[in-house]
Design a protein around this ligand. Structure first.
Ligand SMILES: Cc1cc2nc3c(=O)[nH]c(=O)nc-3n(C[C@H](O)[C@H](O)[C@H](O)COP(=O)(O)O)c2cc1C
Length: 700
């Protein structure tokens, strides 16, 4: 048998924090199990050389269109340039990919990593795992990690320290205790609604121990936001049944230490612990316009902000907005956690060995800011969160429900909960005897992230300004709970809920500033430099927004060239030939309600910026037309443009329905005209993605 390796190296790449959290959990747990190794973000790959590590574990998510996360781009450059077939000979590795099957390039990065490592001579010691966010990452990640612990002793040396053996045994004991909760048939099924929300005495005591900051709750005057408790039925659970497949008890990481003093809110200022790739700009909001009618299904706003001269962007770039979590929700959660309001502004230091990136700079932060800006309190809850909450719940039935939710037997309940997208408040109100320490919440809640918007204006046309458009995310779930996004309702609120359709309201006098930063389009979703290249732009709904920026840009470029031509330098035909045709495929539900940018698009059509505007209306009387239907209709003309005239195709919008439909329509076009089968047609399309001839900016 070959010698066991001594050290492992975990390299992770994460866009929104999942891969980072999973990689760090594996690292912490591996340490507890007696293995030694390191854990780094992929772009720090020079810190711990790959060739020196016996075992390499790669954990990577995807972004864009099957692209690698931003914090692995340097690593990828290094891998691409490295052609040495023996570079990793002797290295054993495995891959855990995180993806989402709503995207057609499902888990592309994980697969590419595996291929590249093999090309460099490495061999796999354990089969790769490809998790799907559409189904719940845990369904693959948890069993994959469980099996990893079985495989690891065959390839890696484990230290047999007695304290480690004791800790592992203790953990097993705990697990057993939790999984053998006796199920009382008399209490089933039961509804959480009948519970009172008083926190039992022993829970108060417990939290005081774990959370030095919790004092006796003081009555609050203000009526606080209420959550929407979940309905959890234990009906599916057999009396005496055991729960299996529970997530591992995650190791506590974050430690809160109280500092001296308080810090009052600095209105509109993002706390210093929020770190962005480029410094935050506070951009004054100058104009707001509502692009939809009152009776439209979705409310869409267009907003204009002012930027400094040193902020540069191209049409198609996106920028991040740093919006706080909903203030009422934050306060209601803090109150539910028994934090007295006088503590909200007390300063704390967050410490811990494997702290996630979003907490690493919180060396002096107020509690309220941590809940406003550090953690996500309204995204899909992780199973590990429910598992942790169970450990801090005193009522046996509630504890059992929490364990059930995260067990294999409770998979359908967990999925039903995901459908309802509960906030942290909803979950805590469902389980009144649950009183988790804030530190454990910091460990298990995902990072609060900037929200990205495509720029819908051209810097040529609107110097010193940026315009963007977005739907206000507010909806009612199947169980009648109200839900809302983070940034869009906040922007609607701070700009005073402008409502007259297409009226551009000047809001400069309100003095509102938007914390933002430009994120250059790593995807190359920008206009080609050659203005003569034909373009096919497909963007239903708010997917049209970046194309408005493209069109403004082309319109202004043409105007500039025409004015030069006007003084005798260039004949008009030459100018016309310098600008390729632009075909726009745009869709909405009902032209009276949600024909976004109607005036602008008609103007572009009139002045020749758009050669052909194809409009799909999906709720028009009895006909439902989608953009993909129009692409099928125009298949001959589009084939000629794409194949004979080298047009570039841009798709923006929903990854699931629209992008798949458009891809099918394009594949059909190739089948019809190029005498290939569907498989070959899709391969051609994938090739076009690689050549940046077919570009997509999609969201699930
Ligand atoms: C804008 C965006 C684009 C994405 N593109 C893809 C993709 O092309 N293929 C895929 O499998 N998953 C894709 N995903 C899904 C992520 O990989 C998945 O949600 C993962 O859990 C994110 O992990 P992270 O938080 O570590 O970045 C995308 C997610 C977002 C938000």
């Amino acid at each position: 048998m070959s010698e066991l390796a001594k050290d492992y190296l975990i390299l992770w790449a994460s866009q929104t924090g999942n891969a980072e959290w999973i990689a760090k959990s594996i690292h912490t747990e591996a340490g507890k199990k007696g293995y030694t190794g390191e854990c780094h973000v992929m772009d720090d790959f020079t810190i711990a050389p790959l060739q020196k590590a016996g075992i390499v574990i790669l954990v990577s998510s995807n972004t864009g269109d099957g692209d690698a996360p931003d914090n692995s781009l340097k690593f990828w450059r290094f891998l691409r340039r490295n052609k040495d077939k023996n570079y990793l000979t002797g290295t054993k590795f495995t891959v855990l990919g995180l993806g989402d099957s709503n995207y057609s390039n499902f888990n592309h990065t994980g697969q590419r990593l595996e291929k590249k490592f093999k090309e460099l001579g490495a061999t796999t010691f354990y089969q790769r795992g490809l998790a799907d966010d559409a189904e719940g990452l845990e369904n693959v990640v948890d069993p994959w990690i469980e099996k990893l612990w079985e495989v690891l002793p065959t390839v890696l040396t484990q230290h047999t320290d007695q304290s480690i053996a004791n800790a592992v045994a203790h953990e097993k004991e705990l697990e057993k205790e939790m999984t053998e909760l006796k199920i009382d048939p008399a209490s089933m099924p039961y509804s959480m609604d009948i519970r009172t929300s008083t926190v039992p005495e022993q829970v108060q005591k417990y939290t005081q121990l774990e959370n030095s900051l919790v004092e006796q709750p003081i009555p609050e005057k203000k009526a606080l936001k209420k959550g929407f408790p979940l309905e959890i039925s234990l009906a599916g659970l057999e009396p005496g049944a055991k729960l299996t497949g529970l997530p591992r008890i995650s190791v506590p990481v974050a430690k809160l230490t109280k500092l001296d003093g308080q810090q009052e809110d600095c209105v509109g200022k993002v706390p210093d612990f929020v770190v962005t790739p480029v410094p935050i700009t506070y951009a004054p909001i100058t104009m707001v316009s509502c692009l939809t009618s009152d009776d439209a299904l979705k409310r869409t706003l267009e907003v204009e902000i002012e930027i400094d001269n040193d902020v540069h962007y191209d049409p198609g770039d996106a920028f991040g907005v740093i919006a706080p979590n909903d203030e009422e929700l934050v306060e209601a959660i803090l109150q539910r956690l028994s934090v007295p309001s006088k503590e909200y502004h007390a300063l704390y230091k967050v410490e811990g060995e494997t702290l996630p990136s979003h907490l690493q700079h919180a060396t002096s932060a107020t509690l309220i800011d941590l809940f406003r800006y550090a953690v996500d309190i309204s995204s899909q809850p992780r199973k590990a969160l429910f598992r942790m909450l169970a450990d801090h719940t005193t009522d046996p039935k509630e504890k059992l429900s929490l364990m059930y939710i995260c067990s294999k037997q409770g998979a359908s309940i967990f999925n039903a909960i995901r459908e309802e997208s509960p906030t942290l408040l909803d979950i805590l109100e469902t389980f009144p005897s649950c009183q988790p320490p804030i530190e454990r919440l910091l460990d298990l809640l995902p990072a609060h992230l900037p929200r990205f918007y495509s720029i819908s204006s051209s810097p040529l046309k609107r110097q010193g300004k940026i315009r963007f458009a977005f739907n206000i995310v507010k909806y009612i779930t199947a169980k009648n709970a109200q839900r809302q996004g983070v940034a869009t309702p906040w922007m609607d609120k701070i700009t005073n809920y402008v409502s007259n359709k297409n009226e551009q309201v000047d809001v400069s006098s309100l003095g509102i500033k938007l914390p933002m930063y430009i994120r250059p389009n790593v995807n190359a979703f920008v206009l080609p430099v050659e203005t003569e290249r034909p373009l096919i732009l497909v963007g239903p709904g708010t997917g049209i927004a970046p194309f408005i920026g493209f069109l403004e840009h082309r319109q202004t470029q043409r105007k500039i060239r025409t004015s030069m031509g006007g003084i005798g330098h260039q004949p008009r035909e030459k100018i016309r030939a310098a600008f390729g045709p632009i075909h726009v495929y745009y869709g909405f539900r009902d032209h009276r309600k949600d024909f976004l940018f109607e005036n602008e698009l008609k103007e572009f059509e009139k002045d020749g910026t758009i050669t052909h505007l194809a409009i799909a209306e999906s709720r028009k009387e009895d006909t439902k037309v989608y953009v993909q239907d129009l692409i099928k209709r125009d298949s001959d003309m589009l084939y000629d443009l794409v194949v004979n005239k080298d047009a570039a195709i841009y798709i923006c919008g929903d990854a699931k329905g629209m992008a798949k439909g458009v891809q099918d329509a394009l594949a059909d076009m190739l089948v019809q005209h190029q005498n290939v089968d569907l498989l070959e047609a899709n391969k051609i399309l994938i090739g076009w993605i690689g050549e940046k001839k077919y570009l997509r900016d999609l969201w699930a």
